[in-house]
Structures are given as structure tokens and as C-alpha cells.
Design a protein. Structure first.
Length: 175
């Protein structure tokens, strides 16, 4: 007779079956969990990162850092969402690593997550992102401008105004 663990395809159910909640730090250090995190199947890694984010304990932030540079952008995006759920200062600063991602969807998601977690402390990071990244795609740049607009404040108004003028100058050069 097979045990439920062997027949159940849901990683979440298998994980909870084998490891009842006993402290996240203890679970992250277990060899079984590490084998899932190193699995070749991107969706297994993504699902485990989702579970860790749902648990929401700050002790998993360091475990999630390597997945911000995973080969698969779906894993990188899930890492951003999980760090957003955790929402700590450590998670906030970890998200800045994703601003340099080669995938514009990952960059845009990181911008939005930084703005949501950091609010005012995200302003200088997002301003710097706009200044240094003249060649980034429209998606991340638009997300950064929208995020700054949502945050608001006098400092943000200047940045948005300057970006507005630059956009008009570029448009007039093209016409």
C-alpha cells in the first residue's frame, strides 16, 4: 500500500505531510527542502518559493536570494512576489538586485514591489533606476514612473517633471 506522500503530486501537501510547521528556519535547513530548491524542474522551485513566501518569515530571505538570478524568469518573478509578501527591510533591499535583470517583466515587477514595500525609501532607488537606465524597455520605465506617482511627494514631482520633459524632447526629435 502506497503512502499518501508517494501518490500525492502536490508539493505543498507532500511538504506539509512530511514537515508539520515547526519553525521556518529549521525547515529551510532540512536536506529534503534543499533538494527541492535545487530541482531541475523550474516549476518545482517556483512552487516551493511560493510556499516560503506564503509562510512569510524573514529568515527565508537569504535562502531566496539565489533565485532572483535563476535561469527561468518565472522563478525570478515568483521570488519577487514572495519577497513582497515577506515585506521586511531585508526583503526590500534584496529586491533591488532584480532591477538589473535582463527580463523587462522581472524589472517592472521588482519596481512595483519596491514601491509597495518601501514607499518613501524606494524613491531614491527608483529615481536612480530611471536616471541610469536610459535604454531600458518601456515597461520597467513606465512602472517606475507610475510607482513614483503613487508614492507622491515634492521630491517625486521633480523627477516626474524632468522625465516628462525628456519624453517630449525625444518625441519632437522623432517627428
Amino acid at each position: 500500500m502506497k503512502r499518501p506522500l508517494e501518490t500525492d503530486l502536490s508539493i505543498y501537501r507532500r511538504f506539509n505531510f512530511e514537515h508539520p510547521p515547526v519553525g521556518v528556519k529549521y525547515l529551510v535547513e532540512k536536506p529534503e527542502l534543499k533538494s527541492y530548491l535545487n530541482d531541475d524542474r523550474w516549476y518545482v522551485v517556483r512552487n516551493l518559493i511560493r510556499i516560503l513566501g506564503t509562510i512569510g518569515d524573514e529568515s527565508v530571505v537569504e535562502t531566496m536570494l539565489p533565485f532572483l538570478s535563476h535561469d527561468n524568469p518565472k522563478v525570478r518573478r515568483e521570488s519577487i512576489l514572495s519577497l513582497l509578501k515577506i515585506g521586511s527591510a531585508k526583503a526590500f533591499y534584496s529586491l533591488t538586485l532584480a532591477l538589473n535583470d535582463q527580463d523587462s517583466a522581472v524589472q517592472a515587477m521588482a519596481v512595483n514591489a519596491l514601491a509597495e514595500i518601501g514607499q518613501k525609501r524606494a524613491v531614491p532607488i527608483l529615481e536612480d533606476f530611471l536616471k541610469k537606465r536610459a535604454a531600458i524597455g518601456k515597461g520597467p520605465k513606465k512602472s517606475a514612473i507610475e510607482a513614483l506617482g503613487k508614492i507622491g511627494g515634492k521630491d517625486v514631482t521633480t523627477t516626474l517633471f524632468i522625465n516628462s520633459i525628456k519624453r517630449r524632447e525625444i518625441s519632437s526629435m522623432i517627428s
